[in-house]
Each structure stands twice: as structure tokens, then as C-alpha cells.
Design a protein around this ligand. Structure first.
Ligand SMILES: Cc1ncc(COP(=O)(O)O)c(C=O)c1O
Length: 399
């Protein structure tokens, strides 16, 4: 039976080779491969720096904590973000001691709109940060969002966990604000099993992130040089041989470090990034062309050549004709995997029930899509036959 997965990660010859290299190097915990990945990722996104961490969620937390530290943002300050996202976005805000404020999204591109942010800024006191999510690869309107940030004295951090390589006015998302956050979770466009990264042009933030991810230790070397002698003296410390910065901590941090396996796998995918982007993008266009006859019933994904699609999002327009439950069940029975489009966090996620009353009827687009949206795969391993199979099955179910 044909199986069309939402995402795949084939471990081919190259991937197996680098995993073996890591085993043979004798170094499994974070080291040279992680450093190499950071340089390659910053280069791909177009920022001066990148820091790897063990997940996209950790990247969000580390990024938010770095902003809090550098700009002395108080606990309980507000972060305006999207209600339609994987729950990690909101969870990270809360775990960082901040408060999410949700504004509604554009139903076509699934991202928060500058107009809705502006309205919220007129009402809300104590907002410090704007956190747009480039959902499914669609870039938020960063020029307008940065303009609002400037006007109101706010910081911007992009959740680009689902948008590796997407272009906004010729620049890659994740390079358009103070910080960009990525997840390399399996089935994302660039994947490493589990891993995350933060991109930035700000050297202070870069140094803070290095500390935050490693329990606030005072090391400043990218790769440990301890084996070749004593640690180099830090600016802040007129060293003695007894000073071991690996075990001196001037900040309370986390352990967000990665394994060399993850960075090595990620590096193999960066090399293929342009091809992955292109294949996914063309697959979306092909599916859209094949499914146009169903566009009275389904909202097919908005197509742009600049979007690096995480998946193929579909929203049911005519819920009398078909329910999400029915179509998902039939697709799954035919071997086409589906996922719901996350849900509206404050009103449809039980963990956020404490916000349900506050947001009732305030986020109609996110709520509609949260209840009637789902996605299927459009990944780089799908062949023409797979795409034709998807088109045939949709037509069978809906005609
Ligand atoms: C929009 C968004 N933000 C954050 C994350 C968290 O990434 P991770 O699963 O690597 O922790 C994800 C994961 O899929 C995501 O989709």
C-alpha cells in the first residue's frame, strides 16, 4: 500500500557516513561538528552568528531569556504572538517568565497581521516583545512588524521553526529581526532528528546564548581547548592556572547542548537546502494545479515561489460538504498521513484553558483554522506518482 507521510528523513549513504565519522571521532557530546553547523547555518540564513541548541523549544526559551537579560525586561512582560502555532511557541514564552498575548492571523498566509498587532498595542500595557511565527513557511510581514517595534520601542524575535530558507523581500526569514529561531526536528525542511538554533547579528546576544545553553558557564572558546593546556584568560578574569571556566558560572542557565550526531546530520541537509526548498515548493504548485477543481470545498495553500513549505496546509471551506474528521479519516485509510493545523492555543488547547474565557470569539480566523485546517506532506522525497495519487484520492473522496 502507498504511504504518503507528512515528512520523512531518509538516512542515505552520506548521512550514514557522517554518523560513522562521529562514532570514530570518539567525541559524542557537543564539539567541532556543532561549531561547524553554527557557521554553516548563519551563512545560509545570512546572519553573523548562530547558536545550536537541543530543540526549537530550547531555542525559543534561550532567545527570550537572552533578550530579557540584555534589555532588562521584567518577568511578566508581554509578548505578542500567534495563536495558531505548534504549542511550543506559547509554552516557551511562559517558561521564560513572560506572558503571551495572542492576536488573530491572516487566513490566507496563516501568520499574524501588523493590523492586529497594532490594535493590540493600543490596548495592552507592558508589551516588550513581538514574536511572529512564520507558519508552514509563510513569512510574516516583517517590514511592517519591525516598523511597529520601532514605533513602540519593542524587540522582535521570529519563530522560523517551520520556515527554513523562506524569503521575505529577498532575505531569509530568521535574519529579519533581533533573533531568529529554528527547529530541526524530524520532518522539518532541514532536519537533524532533534535540534534547534538561534540566528542573530548581535554579538552580545550571541555570547549570552552560549552561556544560557551551558548553565551560564564562563567559557568563551567555541571548541574546548582545555586538553592543550590551561584555558585562555577571559577579559573579565586575570587568569590563574586554577581557574577552570567550565565550572565557574556567572549566570543561572540551562543545559541545551547538542550531540555531534545531530549537528553532523544537520550539515548534510544544509548542503541540500536549495534542492529541498525547490522540491517542496514545486510539489505545492503541482498539488494546487491538480486540486483546483476542489477549491470550492477546500482552501488550498496560497502559493509563492519564495516559500519553503513545511507541508501542504488545507482548510475546509464547505464544512457541510465534508468535515475535517471525515476527510482526515478517509485520507489516512488510503495511506495519506494528515495532521491538524495545531489549534488555536488559548481557546482550543486544554493546557491553556485558563485563557479560554478571555479570548472567546476574539480570534475567529485562528479558531476556524484550528478546527477545520489540516496538512499533508509535500516533502522532497515525494515523486510525481505520489502527487498524482494524492490528487486522485482527494477527488475520489470529495466528488
Ligand atoms: C512553530 C514552531 N515553533 C517551535 C517549535 C519547537 O521545536 P522543537 O520541536 O524542535 O522543540 C516547533 C516544532 O515543530 C514549531 O513548529
Amino acid at each position: 500500500m502507498i504511504r504518503i507521510s507528512v515528512g520523512e528523513f531518509y538516512l542515505g549513504a552520506e548521512e550514514k557516513k557522517v554518523l560513522t565519522e562521529v562514532i570514530n571521532s570518539g567525541r559524542l557530546s557537543e564539539g567541532k561538528k556543532a561549531f561547524e553547523f553554527e557557521k554553516a547555518w548563519a551563512n545560509y540564513i545570512g546572519t553573523k552568528f548562530s547558536v545550536v541548541v537541543n530543540s526549537g523549544t530550547s531555542a525559543l526559551i534561550a532567545g527570550l531569556i537572552a533578550l530579557k537579560k540584555k534589555y532588562k525586561i521584567r518577568d511578566g512582560s508581554k509578548v505578542i504572538t500567534s495563536p495558531l502555532s505548534f504549542i511550543a511557541t506559547a509554552n516557551a514564552i511562559i517558561h521564560s517568565g513572560l506572558k503571551p498575548v495572542f492576536v488573530d492571523i491572516d487566513p490566507k498566509t496563516l501568520v499574524i497581521t501588523p493590523q492586529n498587532i497594532r490594535e493590540a498595542l493600543k490596548k495592552e500595557k507592558g508589551v516588550s516583545i513581538l514574536l511572529p511565527v512564520h507558519l508552514m513557511g509563510y513569512p510574516a510581514d516583517m517590514n511592517a512588524i519591525n516598523g511597529l517595534a520601532e514605533k513602540y520601542g519593542l524587540l522582535v524575535i521570529e519563530d522560523a521553526a517551520q520556515a527554513h530558507g523562506s524569503l521575505y523581500k529577498g532575505k531569509r526569514v530568521g535574519s529579519l529581526s533581533k533573533l531568529g529561531v529554528f527547529s530541526f526536528y524530524i520532518a522539518h525542511n532541514i532536519q537533524a532528528g532533534e535540534m534547534g538554533a538561534i540566528t542573530t547579528d548581535d554579538q552580545d546576544i550571541f555570547k549570552l546564548l552560549k552561556k544560557i545553553k551551558a548553565h551560564g558557564r564562563m567559557c568563551e572558546c567555541n571548541v574546548c581547548t582545555r586538553k592543550s593546556g590551561v584555558c585562555p584568560p577571559l577579559d573579565s578574569y586575570q587568569g590563574s592556572d586554577d581557574f577552570d571556566p567550565r565550572f565557574y558560572h556567572d549566570m543561572i542557565g540551562f543545559n541545551f547542548k547538542v550531540m555531534e550526531f545531530q549537528a553532523a546530520l544537520g550539515l548534510t541537509q544544509i548542503k541540500k537546502a536549495d534542492e529541498i526548498f525547490k522540491r517542496r515548493n514545486l510539489n505545492v504548485r503541482y498539488l494546487n494545479d491538480g486540486l483546483t477543481s476542489l477549491s470550492g470545498i477546500l482552501q488550498l495553500p496560497y502559493y509563492s515561489k519564495d516559500v519553503s513549505y513545511l507541508a501542504y496546509p488545507i482548510i475546509i471551506k464547505d464544512t457541510k460538504k465534508v468535515s475535517r474528521f471525515k476527510i482526515r479519516r478517509e485520507l489516512e485509510q488510503k495511506g495519506i498521513e494528515t495532521r491538524p493545523l495545531f489549534g488555536c492555543i488559548p481557546t482550543q488547547q486544554p493546557a491553556y484553558n485558563f485563557l479560554k474565557k478571555q479570548y472567546k470569539n476574539k480570534l475567529p480566523n485562528a479558531e476556524y483554522i484550528g478546527a477545520n485546517g489540516f496538512y499533508i506532506g509535500c516533502h522532497q522525497y515525494l515523486e510525481k506518482d505520489d502527487l498524482d495519487f494524492i490528487i486522485t484520492i482527494f477527488k475520489k473522496i470529495l466528488n
